[in-house]
Design a binder for this molecule. Structure first.
Ligand code: NAD
Length: 330
């Protein structure tokens, strides 16, 4: 099949090239994202392959369907950036990679916790400048702390296990309770309870209408003073302005985010010689207790292998009219 691959980086070319031997699809790589400005690039293709910050809203789907696109292959797990209703109306299938390496993201959430807590990023810079002082580097033991997990699906379940390894108590909030996790000692509680009781909260739910700005002024008012929030799910689960207010008052003690509400204008790009226009983001960066990374939770060799393999299989299954096991349905 002729596939237009959007938002391409060197590692996409490398990993898709490595595995596109058997399937032998015709892959054309575009650096540009797929959005309302780039739909003309899809003329002559059968499929598009997109990533987390391509914006496939209704008008985009209508245009790409008219251009002949029959399937949208997400090379990621989340699908909040695709209008699924519009896809159905325009007979465009949507497939994704539901579980390429939940371990990669869960382990990354732990990396954010440990870095923020023990300040290894600051120590690294200090030592390079000949500053061997320990002043202001004090952290806290994870042992015996209470960790709240919002969303105990694939990533949240693994993250819970990792936290047990540190000797933490694990609370969880999810629409569905997992009996397996309960048997391992996870205690399901209400959203308010998780806010009130947790020393650390890690977000592992998808971005939906229900979870959009789940962390807002009201929820920040209920958290334990000085606690830590880690977000490796999707940026808009947190209302950034509310987080800034909570940081300013000291209610929120630490914030570690791998995702950001307006990330599509910034993340995955080298803007080191540009003037960043996002003042909210710049304010967030000014806090000593905020750690931001550019959506790299998924970024391991194992995950990139699995993303390429599953995406190519999804496209081949579509081409051959087979059952689409990774189809995203409303
Ligand atoms: P999953 O579908 O296995 O689990 C999501 C869990 O969230 C489910 O248990 C679901 O019941 C729960 N949930 C849904 N709505 C909820 C709500 N309103 N309140 C509480 N819980 C709710 O997904 P997963 O594979 O564990 O991934 C979770 C999210 O992580 C993805 O949706 C994606 O946004 C994000 N993600 C980020 C990266 C990264 O690189 N940072 C990589 C992969 C996935």
């Amino acid at each position: 099949m002729k596939i237009a691959v959007f938002s391409t980086k060197s590692y996409d070319r490398e990993y898709f090239g490595k595995f596109n031997v058997k399937d032998n699809h015709q892959l054309t790589y575009f650096d540009a994202p797929l959005n309302a400005d780039t739909t003309n690039l899809t003329i002559g293709f059968d499929a598009v392959c997109i990533f987390v910050n391509d914006r496939v809203e209704r008008s985009v789907i209508q245009k790409i369907a008219r251009n002949g696109i029959r399937v949208i292959a997400l090379r990621c797990a989340g699908f909040n950036n695709v209008d699924l209703e519009a896809a159905v109306e325009n007979q465009v299938k949507v497939v994704r990679v539901p579980a390429y390496s939940p371990e990669a993201v869960a382990e990354y959430a732990v990396a954010l916790i440990l870095t923020l807590n023990r300040k290894t990023h600051k120590a690294y810079n200090r030592i390079r400048e000949g500053n061997f002082s320990l002043e202001k580097l004090v952290g806290f033991d994870l042992h015996k702390k209470t960790v709240g997990v919002i969303g105990t699906g694939k990533i949240g379940a693994i993250f819970s296990g990792l936290m047990f390894g540190f000797g933490c108590k694990v609370l969880a909030y999810d629409k569905y309770e997992s009996t397996e996790l309960k048997s391992k000692g996870v205690e399901y509680v209400s959203f308010d309870q998780i806010l009130e009781r947790s020393d650390i909260i890690s977000l592992h739910c998808p971005l939906t209408k229900d979870t959009h700005h789940l962390f807002n002024n009201e929820s920040f008012a209920k958290i334990k003073k000085g606690m830590m929030i880690i977000n490796t799910s999707r940026g808009a689960v947190i209302d950034t302005s509310a987080a800034i207010e909570a940081l300013k008052t000291g209610r929120l003690g630490y914030l570690g985010i791998d995702v950001y509400e307006q990330e599509e204008k910034l993340f995955f790009k080298d803007l080191s010689e540009s003037i960043i226009q996002d003042d909210v983001f710049m304010r967030l960066m000014s806090f000593p207790n905020v750690l931001i990374t550019s959506h790299q939770g998924f970024f391991t060799k194992e995950a990139l292998d699995e993303i390429a393999l599953t995406t190519l299989k999804n496209l081949t299954d579509f081409e051959q009219g087979k059952f689409l096991e990774n189809e995203v349905k409303i």
